[in-house]
Structure formats: structure tokens, C-alpha cells
Design a protein around this ligand. Structure first.
Ligand code: IPM
Ligand code: MG
Length: 365
């Protein structure tokens, strides 16, 4: 297998965690005789400083010429006063749009070992395993018109979807559900919004193509509560861009840390892979960041761009294993240091690589 991966590590903890994800991928390439090549380009705040724009043309060109893009994180406090189209986040939205992936897959599952980190009771989260499918190219993030009119003191954004935009992401969600527990929950606000009425009607229509999958609809406000009350009841959860942004951060509570959540964006020209967490500028550069979200994102590259299911699963089970063995980054250890070994970003990466190696050698012998 051969893959050209563009690495856009971005800002804050992005470079540190991405380094560890790349190192795990390199380990797997070496062990399995796969050719993975990596190129690095700037995005976000670092690109604003160096190139005057959050998405330089050579980053975009390299992304479009690659087989997969691995992104770290974007954003920093020094850019907080800039308007949305000048901020680091604009670079991320622009690369998402250019690559064309509309289905953002965000798995959220409970790790038994991290249950103590969750404010939810262990018996509530145990066994929870949700796959969010967040529409990534529509809704309020991209809808026109949008403006802050300083003279009139008004501002507006537009939540807009077409039937085909809803149908294509719904198909991805149904297909994934068909391969899992065959249940799809579509989240909207159809009691108030026309866009959500279109969303609900379209998803209901697409459901006819997937008679084996049970479809339910939930309003987003109720869903925000159900996720915390009964997370095990959900399998695949389909929703529009902003609702998905919010609900997936919320689901970090199930996992015990936002630092554990990976994501893959598929359906476009080039798949884009990014952990759900942000750039965490307060802890950047100190070796405190949790690389496991980025490492689990690397697993998704192997699964969705490399077709290497066994290797992807080996990364995922290695992450479980190092947690079982009591290894934690500081965000995961919190106050609970009993029976726990606190590791730096690099040490945690090395532990996962060691375990991946053991697992893959065991599989192949
Ligand atoms: C995410 C992030 C981004 C988003 C930001 C950084 C633009 O919160 O990937 O969830 O809102 O999509
Ligand atoms: Mg978000």
C-alpha cells in the first residue's frame, strides 16, 4: 500500500500531537512494508504569521495532490480579535471546502479506564459507542449571505441546505449504520426551522433505500440531553454542521476527554483527518498534550484511505491497552494519580508505538 500524506500540523499543540500520529504511521509502514510518505505545510495561525494568509496556495496545492491530509489544530489567542474570514479557523474551513469532504465521521466511545474522568456515572457511559456523522460543508458555516453590518448594528448568517446535500451525507450515514448496529438517529430542529424540515423529509426519503436500518428523528435540544442520559441507545447519529460541532464536543464527556476524539472527513476529492480537539494554546509546547486523539485519527487514515483495517484496529486496541496499563497524559490523569503513570506527549506516543509493534508482530506470526 502506498499513500502520500500531507501533514498540516497548524497551531498550539497541533505539531506535538501530529508528530506522534506520524511516528505511529511510520512504525506501521516499516512493519508492514507499506510506503507512506509525508510532506509538511503550514495552515492556520502559523501560516498567517509566515505567509499572511491562513491557507497559503502551496498548502492547498499540496493538499489537492495528496492522498490524505492530516491536520493538527488551528487557532490562537493572538488572533481572537480578527474577523472570521481572517482568522486561523478560516484556513481550516477553506481547506475543508476545497477538499470537498462533506461527511465528517466522529466516533465517540467510552474507555472503561477513563470512566473516572467523566462527570457521568460509569454505569451510564459503559459500552457507549456512537458514530457521529456531521455534515461539514453546509449550514451556517458556509451559507450566504453573512455579514456583520457595523453601521446598522445587525449581523446575519444563513443556514442553508439543498436536498442533494442532505441526501448525500444521509447515504453515508445509512451505509455506516448498516455495517454497525443498524440504527440511525437524525438530529434537527424541525419544530422551528424550515431547513430542518427539508433535512427531516430528505433523510426519511433516503431511508427507503436502507430498509435494514431503523431511523429515528430527534430534536437537537432533546438530543443534547439524551446523549448524556442514555448514550448507549445511539449508534450512528447524523446531523448538520453546527449541531454536529456542538454535539461532538459534548460527547467528549462520554470518552472522558476531548483529547481522545478522532475524526475523518470523507466523500470529497481528498479525505481530511483531524482530531476533534482544538489548539489548546495554554499547554502548547510543554509536552503535556494528549496525542491519543491524533493517534486515533491516524488509525482512521489507515482505515478509510489505506484500506488497512487490521492495522487501524491495532492502533485502536493499543490505545486501549496503554490506558489499561495505567499510562496517562496529564489531562487524563487529572487528580487520579493512584496506580497511574503520567507520561509526556512523546512518552505516550512511544508507548503506543511499542504496543502497536507487539500487536502487529503477533498478528503476522
Ligand atoms: C471542529 C472545530 C472547528 C469547527 C473550528 C476550529 C472552525 O470546532 O472541528 O469541531 O467549528 O468545525
Ligand atoms: Mg468543534
Amino acid at each position: 500500500m502506498k499513500l502520500n500524506i500531507l501533514v498540516t500540523a497548524g497551531d498550539g499543540i497541533g505539531p506535538e500531537v501530529t508528530n506522534e500520529a506520524v511516528a505511529v504511521l511510520q512504525e506501521i509502514a516499516t512493519l508492514g512494508g507499506h510506503e507512506l510518505s509525508f510532506m509538511e505545510k503550514r495552515i492556520g495561525g502559523v501560516a498567517i504569521v509566515a505567509d499572511g494568509t491562513p491557507l497559503p496556495a502551496d498548502t492547498l496545492d499540496a493538499a489537492l495532490a495528496s492522498d490524505a491530509v492530516l491536520l493538527g489544530a488551528v487557532g490562537g489567542n493572538e488572533f481572537n480579535s480578527l474577523p472570521p474570514d481572517k482568522r486561523p479557523e478560516a484556513g481550516l474551513l477553506a481547506i475543508r471546502a476545497a477538499l470537498g469532504g462533506f461527511a465528517n465521521l466522529r466516533p465517540a466511545f467510552a474507555f472503561k479506564e477513563l470512566a473516572v474522568n467523566s462527570p457521568l456515572r460509569p454505569e451510564i457511559i459503559e459500552g457507549a459507542d456512537i458514530l457521529f456523522v456531521r455534515e461539514l460543508l453546509g449550514g451556517l458555516y458556509f451559507g450566504q449571505p453573512r455579514e456583520w453590518n457595523r453601521e446598522s448594528g445587525e449581523a446575519w448568517n444563513t443556514m442553508r441546505y439543498t436536498r442533494s446535500e442532505v441526501a448525500r451525507v444521509a447515504r453515508v450515514a445509512f451505509e455506516l449504520a448498516a455495517r454497525r448496529r443498524k440504527k440511525l438517529t437524525s438530529v434537527d430542529k424541525a419544530n422551528v426551522l424550515e431547513v430542518s424540515q427539508l433535512w427531516r423529509a430528505t433523510v426519511t426519503e433516503v431511508a427507503k433505500e436502507f430498509p435494514g436500518v431503523a431511523l429515528e428523528h430527534q430534536y437537537v435540544d432533546a438530543m443534547a440531553m439524551h446523549i448524556l442520559n442514555r448514550p448507549r441507545d445511539f449508534d450512528v447519529v447524523l446531523t448538520e454542521n453546527l449541531f454536529g460541532d456542538i454535539l461532538t464536543d459534548e460527547s467528549g464527556v462520554i470518552t472522558g476527554s476531548l483529547g481522545m476524539l478522532p475524526s475523518a472527513t470523507i466523500g470529497g476529492k481528498v479525505n481530511l483527518y483531524e482530531p476533534v480537539h482544538g489548539s489548546a494554546p495554554d499547554i502548547a509546547g510543554k509536552g503535556l498534550a494528549n496525542p491519543l486523539g491524533a493517534i486515533l485519527t491516524a488509525a482512521l487514515i489507515l482505515r478509510y484511505s489505506g484500506g488497512l483495517e487490521a492495522e487501524a484496529a491495532a492502533i485502536e486496541s493499543s490505545v486501549r491497552k496503554v490506558l489499561e496499563q495505567g499510562f496517562r497524559t496529564p489531562d487524563l490523569a487529572r487528580g487520579n494519580t493512584q496506580g497511574v503513570t503520567v507520561l509526556s506527549t512523546k512518552e505516550m506516543g512511544a508507548k503506543v508505538r511499542e504496543t502497536v509493534k507487539e500487536q502487529l508482530v503477533a498478528i503476522s506470526s
